[in-house]
Design a protein around this ligand. Structure first.
Ligand code: FNR
Length: 347
């Protein structure tokens, strides 16, 4: 039988499916093309085996960590996902409140269905995710607004120069029609100026940093050479991700790409990772492979749909509890104790 944590994460998607409109569930769940990458991300974490340490005094375990100067209750963040008002009436405002109550950090999507000021009012620490759009003026206005609202860093997503066919492509998004922002975002994302600029190059990192005065993390990196180039261009961090399998299908699982990126830049900037992280033990494996933190995509959306802000808090609390247990059983009293020696076969 599946371990309780795995069963809980499978149940989460199934329970969310039961309460969401079908088109919303399909939009959130979908991967690109044949959904090969979307299907195997979680298994890549579960394939790793551990070598626990014993007799290390784990009477008190601390999952706390610090990321770009921000103290967090655990190294598990809420990643950027679009259109939260399809999952819950309050949308990103509820997500932000739920994340804050868990002592975590929200990366707010630039495809959000709440204004950044509304989200900021409910949020603890938050970062703002950026798509560099064909109409750079829209991008500049979005960034300035996020900076003014209090974003502590920017996350430039670079794995989406185009959006590939997905099962739900072309279907209307079931967004609230009476809401001006939802109409603007839903319609806007299909207008030419709102498409991601496919000519984007490394100089975008420096431009974004100068525009905002904020650290810029680059999300969607899977290769060591790209990671090195991003850091040389001024990136304050790198997020190893294949966008939840929604961009290039057959892109390697983040769990498999992570070690080479850590080896390339991990001594200079924090390396984060997302994709298929479903249990606290997955988090332990990611940290043992050298990640400084992980981000959750779909689990946050499912929890929002099921329980609003409280659901998001409960999700993050359960990851923290699971991580704490896994750390204790692996002989790690604090996050800094987690290292590659825990991995059978090495990182
Ligand atoms: C995403 N993702 C994403 N990424 C981003 O940079 N900006 C965005 O607006 C979105 N929107 C989005 C919507 C939905 C419905 C999903 C599922 C994903 C990608 C996201 O940040 C993250 O990389 C993956 O979701 C991580 O994988 P898991 O945790 O969903 O397996």
């Amino acid at each position: 039988p599946a371990a309780p944590a795995v069963r809980a994460s499978r149940d989460l998607a199934a329970r969310a499916r039961a309460v969401l409109p079908a088109a919303a569930y399909e939009f959130y769940a979908a991967g690109a093309d044949e959904e090969i990458s979307a299907g195997e991300a979680a298994d890549a974490w579960r394939d790793r085996r551990l070598l626990p340490r014993v007799l290390r005094d784990v009477s008190s375990v601390d999952t706390g960590t610090e990321l770009l100067g921000t103290r967090l209750a655990s190294p598990v963040l809420a990643g950027p996902t679009a259109f939260h008002r399809m999952a819950h009436d309050e949308g990103e405002t509820a997500t932000a409140a739920g994340v804050a109550a868990a002592g975590s950090l929200l990366v707010l999507s630039s495809r959000a269905t709440r204004h950044p000021e509304e989200v900021a009012a409910a949020a603890g620490p938050w970062w703002y995710q950026v798509y560099w759009l064909r109409d750079a003026e829209i991008t500049r206005r979005q960034v300035e607004r996020a900076v003014a609202a209090g974003a502590r860093a920017l996350v430039l997503t670079v794995d989406a120069p185009y959006v590939p066919p997905r099962a739900t492509s072309g279907l209307p998004l079931p967004l609230p029609e009476d809401d001006e922002l939802c109409r603007a975002v839903g319609v806007g994302t299909r207008l030419p100026g709102w498409e991601q600029d496919p000519s984007l190059g490394l100089d975008a990192i420096g431009r974004l940093h100068r525009m905002s005065g904020l650290p810029v993390l680059v999300k969607g990196v899977l290769r060591a050479d790209d990671a090195r180039a991003c850091v040389a261009a001024g990136a304050a961090g790198v997020i190893v991700s294949n966008h939840g399998g929604r961009q290039l299908d057959r892109a390697v699982a983040p769990a498999e790409a992570l070690p080479a990126v850590v080896a390339a830049v991990g001594d200079r900037v924090p390396v984060l990772v997302d994709g298929g992280v479903r249990t606290g033990t997955d988090v332990l494996v990611a940290l043992a492979l050298g990640a400084r933190a992980v981000l959750l995509g779909r689990p946050v959306v499912w929890s929002l749909a099921l329980g609003g802000a409280a659901g998001v808090t409960a999700l993050l609390d359960s990851y923290r509890t699971q991580l704490s247990t896994a750390m204790a059983l692996a002989g790690c009293a604090r996050v800094a104790d987690i290292g590659p020696d825990l991995l059978h076969g090495g990182a």
